[in-house]
Design a protein around this ligand. Structure first.
Ligand code: ADP
Length: 381
């Protein structure tokens, strides 16, 4: 047992030391410091099973000594040393967090040993109690979060499914009407609307499933050597080609991006979501810029738009599931895209930063380390 004695009087310290000598116990080691500040430093660097604490120290006095030590090191049991006529203080020290107390000049070596063993045992029980209390608090917090997620999901799903379902219902009703004499073009238009509504619902379910799979750890980081420049360029081109929002896309790259060791599917999820948001939240005829920068150590992917922007006070909620900013108006969305992006970035051990001003535009910058994940560096000692 490692015991730390915090006592500024050499005479009292010697008293304790001699009591220990009389005990003659192998495996009990006594360490001694004179000030509370020194004790704090020692406890930060070494582990002690129990502390014997004098209440009157040069840098701390009375109750304050116990409170400071016990709050800094709640897991180290404390036996307080007190003078003969001050048992009241000692009892208060126990109520403030000490496990036991000894009255100077009244204790015997056997009493000292019993008190230390008792303090250690009581300290262990209290630690277990604190841990189980923490587990209960964590479980309640988790349950609360799950309940919140469930209700957010239900309100998002009922809202986001209602519109496409209404489109399908109306289109089917019109097409099936016995008196409907639509031209082929009108019919085809209704079929297109039904297909788009089904695609919208499928996308929503895919996002929910993907997020669930990322949260359950069902998604592994699978890097391999790839031409990242081509991958990003093609994704931007697909947006340029299908762009119903009529923005201008500008893609640039810098550095050696044609041979990068990374996970293409995670990159695709990240860039797709950022591009989808940039187009959705920007007016027509504005610019959307994508810049890829590759170095030996990292890749940086930046997507900037000139759209509605994100209010500053909402930046910290952006990556929470189902969160949608207050300025989205009638623009549809699930609040899941950025939560997915964040998890993909985390799987890459990367970072995501946002700069945005309401009504001016937004820039999302993703930095992903690559060098440390290259196969050859994994075997470095
Ligand atoms: P959503 O499906 O609602 O777009 P996301 O998780 O992708 O969900 O984004 C969360 C919220 O962040 C959005 O609802 C929107 O308020 C805000 N947001 C994300 N990207 C942009 C952007 N480029 N410009 C403005 N707001 C954005």
């Amino acid at each position: 047992m490692d015991i730390l004695l915090i006592e500024d009087s050499p005479t009292d310290a010697d008293l304790i030391r001699r009591a220990f000598l009389k005990l003659d116990r192998a495996g009990w080691t006594l360490h001694w410091v004179e000030r509370l500040g020194d004790a704090v430093l020692r406890c930060q660097t070494s582990s002690f099973d129990v502390v014997i604490l004098d209440l009157q120290l040069p840098d701390s006095d009375g109750d304050e000594t116990v409170v400071e030590f016990c709050t800094t090191f709640p897991d180290i049991p404390v036996v307080v040393l007190t003078v003969t006529d001050d048992e009241e203080t000692a009892v208060r020290a126990v109520s403030l967090g000490a496990q036991d107390y000894l009255v100077k000049e009244q204790f015997t070596p056997q009493l000292l040993a019993r008190s230390l063993r008792y303090a250690v045992e009581r300290g262990r029980i209290l630690k277990r109690l604190r841990n189980s209390e923490q587990q209960v608090v964590d479980a309640l917090e988790q349950e609360h979060q799950i309940n919140q997620l469930k209700s957010s999901f239900i309100s998002m799903a009922s809202h986001e499914l209602r519109t496409p379902l209404a489109v399908i219902q109306t289109a089917v009703a019109l097409l099936r009407h016995p008196n409907s004499s639509f031209s082929d073009m009108v019919r085809s238009n209704y079929w297109d609307r039904i297909t788009a509504a089904i695609a919208q619902m499928t996308d929503l379910l895919d996002e929910v499933l993907l997020l669930g799979s990322l949260d359950k750890g069902g998604f592994q980081y699978k890097p391999h050597l790839l031409d990242l420049n081509t991958l990003c360029h093609e994704l931007v081109e697909s947006y340029r080609f299908n762009n119903t929002y009529k923005q201008t896309f500008i893609y640039t790259h810098h550095g050696c991006c044609s041979e990068v060791y990374t996970d293409p599917s995670l990159i695709a999820y990240i860039l797709n979501n950022l591009l989808s948001n940039a187009t959705k939240y920007s007016p027509p005829q504005t610019e959307i810029r994508v810049h890829l920068e590759c170095s030996q150590q990292a890749i940086a992917l930046t997507v900037s738009d000139q759209g509605i922007g994100i209010p500053l006070k909402e930046h910290s909620y952006l990556f929470e599931s189902f969160y949608r900013c207050t300025n989205v108006g009638k623009i549809e969305g699930t609040g899941l895209g950025l939560a997915i992006v964040k998890r993909c970035v985390d799987l890459h051990h990367g970072r995501i930063e946002v700069q945005s001003t309401a009504n001016k535009g937004s820039t999302f910058r993703i930095s992903l380390p690559v060098e440390s994940l290259k196969p050859q560096s994994r075997f470095r000692v």
